[in-house]
Design a protein around this ligand. Structure first.
Ligand SMILES: CC(C)(COP(=O)(O)OP(=O)(O)OC[C@H]1O[C@@H](n2cnc3c(N)ncnc32)[C@H](O)[C@@H]1OP(=O)(O)O)[C@@H](O)C(=O)NCCC(=O)NCCS
Length: 222
């Protein structure tokens, strides 16, 4: 006899939530609530919606969070938000789940932190190490021995060749290519379609081929 599906909540009511729900196994999970700071409705018919932190607290009071699983559906360059929301959910006793699409390849010895997501046809190669809340998006490729810190997003079709290191909360945008052994700092953005041939400093936004710095983001608080 199979166990009842575990109640699942998703933080984020955007398209990314739709992507996750599409494949999170219905035999294992039953979506019971959606939270979002900005949206004002659930994208899923019949699934209750709660607005922001206040809504989450309201839900916590009437649910049994210790019996629920949770995942954050926030993409873009918002790794810091993803990590913070995961911590909030974990502090309230939710089990943080990873989402690995059945068409993705994840090497047996790859290490994936809490809440990591590897989406449709993405590849995570041998000896890859990923911190918490990383997203390897549709058809992206993270090759052998790459190291990704917390909250990194490798967007659709981007390629990290071997031994690349990416600092926390950085985003490698759609279709970008990062050459072997490059080090990308924290809170950086590699623009869509760029080819990264040199190390990228913390907070830098780089674009083009070869990629050049076009601006710096506000540094993150320590
Ligand atoms: C890199 C990026 C973040 C820059 O955004 P921005 O700071 O708003 O920059 P702007 O759009 O003002 O562009 C600044 C300059 O860089 C150029 N530029 C922006 N993105 C570029 C790119 N990917 N490649 C080449 N040039 C680019 C612009 O044409 C502009 O040049 P100009 O000053 O000569 O006109 C954005 O262009 C990008 O690539 N976003 C990624 C989207 C993505 O893949 N998201 C993932 C979804 S899952």
């Amino acid at each position: 006899m199979s166990a009842d599906p575990k109640p699942l909540v998703i933080w984020g009511a955007s398209g990314h939530a739709k992507v996750l729900r599409e494949f999170l196994c219905p035999e294992l999970h039953r979506l019971t609530a959606v939270f979002d700071n900005a949206a004002n409705a659930s994208p899923f018919e019949g699934v209750p919606f709660y607005r922001g932190n206040e809504g989450f607290v309201e839900w916590v009071k009437k649910a049994r969070p210790d019996l629920c699983a949770g995942i954050v559906a926030i993409g873009g360059a918002r790794g810091l938000d993803r990590v913070a929301l995961q911590l909030l959910m974990r502090d309230h006793g939710l089990e943080l789940i990873r989402a690995i699409h059945p068409t993705a390849f994840v090497a047996r010895d790859a290490v994936l932190g809490e809440g990591c997501q590897v989406l449709i046809r993405a590849v995570v190669g041998v000896e890859v190490q990923m911190g918490a809340a990383c997203i390897i998006n549709t058809a992206a490729s993270v090759d052998h021995e790459c190291i990704l810190e917390d909250g990194v997003h490798v967007a659709p079709g981007a390629t990290l060749t071997g031994c690349v290191k990416v600092g926390r909360y950085s985003m490698i945008a759609a279709g970008a290519v990062v050459l072997p052994r490059i080090i990308i700092g924290a809170n950086a953005i590699v623009g869509a379609g760029s080819v990264v041939t040199r190390d990228v400093p913390d907070n830098a936004v780089v674009v083009g081929s070869p990629a050049r710095v076009v601006r710096y983001q506000t540094p993150l608080e320590a």
